[in-house]
Design a protein around this ligand. Structure first.
Ligand SMILES: Cc1cc2nc3c(=O)[nH]c(=O)nc-3n(C[C@H](O)[C@H](O)[C@H](O)COP(=O)(O)OP(=O)(O)OC[C@H]3O[C@@H](n4cnc5c(N)ncnc54)[C@H](O)[C@@H]3O)c2cc1C
Length: 386
């Protein structure tokens, strides 16, 4: 139910902060956003991301919970975008998962993983070479089979983030940009401007929350954008390879985003020679038309991750901390926003209780919600913000 009198302060206007701000504003909350970046500065991890909504393909490495939350988000994104804009901000082009003939054991293993998840018929197609040729004749030159996942989609990330910003500001949300947040505690955001009091304070600072959440870590990811007029690929592509994993996401006018490295480091400096060589070699092995492609951009960002690479919503009365979106921010953000709003509205009808963790280990008086039954294994978070 909309709660027009409640005020919510959100620290961090990356993906999670923007989406939550928009949804809360739509429900009648009075929302204030804080971000250390300038309004048009693209420093959040959200600006580096490829925007893949690929719950099936992620099953190769991710937990079943990510798949379930990702499938739920796939249902939520279309309406959410329809409320924001009539522009096509997402595209359901499907994914092709490929492996070179000498690496087909990876495809077999992936098929077994999909089968273990009891996926509905029609959601996974095993293509032979002639079926692959019908999807893309260029890819069939180097590959003799593929797995096609028709439901998978991608978001046009920069456009989405820009429109969210426009809508949020136009709707009257106060956006304190170039304002560093030092602390987020129950009902209070402490920024370089001082203390700001709200009914609810929400920490969506991603890796920027690390001073208060030491268990966070950054996972460096590097991406490249190429322009390849000779290539016409309209699906996302994932290459399974013993050393060089690659995904490719089509953008407009024969532009392709390729990524991404995954390095245990919080360094956000430019892409390294080794990473560029590996990604580009893998790209060149995909399709002969990439030989003459032009490299038009590179970017680096850090995914905010917890030890188990799963997202978490830590809560107590007046305080939410949403973090650990790792490599699944776009895949999970609508679901996490929905679950966060349920916390604020004391709605116990949680769809994904395992991601909820009460902040109840604080010394001193605790106002923790009685959510012990919802606590996931080993996820107590000793609050450092009391
Ligand atoms: C290379 C790469 C590829 C990716 N590809 C995908 C993909 O295909 N699909 C997918 O689902 N996900 C992908 N991701 C993951 C996704 O980008 C992240 O999960 C998501 O951006 C995390 O959202 P967030 O809002 O928690 O953090 P961010 O998007 O990083 O936002 C955090 C915000 O907080 C602000 N902030 C930080 N510290 C402070 C402070 N002290 N005070 C004020 N403001 C602060 C920052 O300026 C920023 O705006 C990818 C990530 C990377 C790096």
């Amino acid at each position: 139910m909309p709660a027009t009198n409640l005020t919510v302060g959100i620290a961090g206007a990356g993906l999670m902060g923007r989406l939550l701000a928009w949804q809360l504003q739509q429900r009648g909350y009075r929302v204030t956003l804080f971000d250390q970046a300038a309004l048009n500065q693209e420093s959040a991890a959200a600006f580096v991301a490829a925007g893949m909504l690929a719950p099936y393909a992620e099953l190769e490495t991710a937990d079943t919970g990510i798949f379930n939350m990702g499938m739920h988000s796939l249902d939520l994104w279309p309406d959410l975008i329809k409320d924001l804009t009539s522009k096509p901000l997402w595209h359901q082009g499907g994914s092709l998962v490929l492996a070179h003939p000498q690496d087909t054991s990876y495809l077999q293993r992936f098929l077994q993983q999909l089968e273990a998840h009891d996926i509905e018929p029609g959601k996974v197609h095993h293509l032979n070479q002639s079926a692959l040729f019908n999807h893309n004749s260029g890819l069939a030159e180097h590959f003799n089979q593929a797995i096609y996942l028709p439901q998978e989609s991608w978001i046009y990330t920069h456009e989405l983030l820009k429109i969210l910003q426009q809508r949020i500001v136009a709707a009257g949300v106060t956006w304190h940009h170039q304002t560093r947040v030092e602390n987020v505690s129950s009902g209070c955001i402490t920024s370089t401007m001082g203390n700001h009091v709200f009914d609810w304070a929400v920490d969506c600072r991603g890796l920027g929350a690390k001073p208060q959440m030491p268990q966070l870590r950054g996972v460096r990811g590097e991406v490249l954008e190429v322009h390849a007029p000779e290539v016409d690929i309209t699906q996302m592509v994932r290459l399974m390879h013993p050393h060089y994993r690659l995904y490719l996401v089509p953008r407009a006018n024969h532009h392709y985003l390729l990524g991404a490295t995954q390095i245990e480091s919080e360094d956000t400096s430019n892409i390294s020679v080794r990473s560029a060589l590996e990604l580009l070699s893998a790209l060149y092995s995909l399709h002969p038309g990439f030989a003459e492609a032009r490299i038009v951009g590179t970017a680096t960002g850090c995914r905010p991750a917890l030890a188990d690479n799963l997202p978490a919503i830590y809560s107590r009365q007046g305080l939410l901390k949403i973090n650990g979106l790792y490599r699944h921010g776009y895949l999970l953000a609508p679901t996490l926003a929905e679950e966060a709003i349920k916390c604020i509205e004391a709605n116990d009808d949680l769809i994904f209780p395992n991601i909820h963790h009460p902040i109840d280990l604080c010394k001193g008086p605790s106002q923790a919600k009685p959510r012990a039954d919802k606590l996931g294994p080993n996820k107590e978070y000793p609050c450092t913000s009391c």
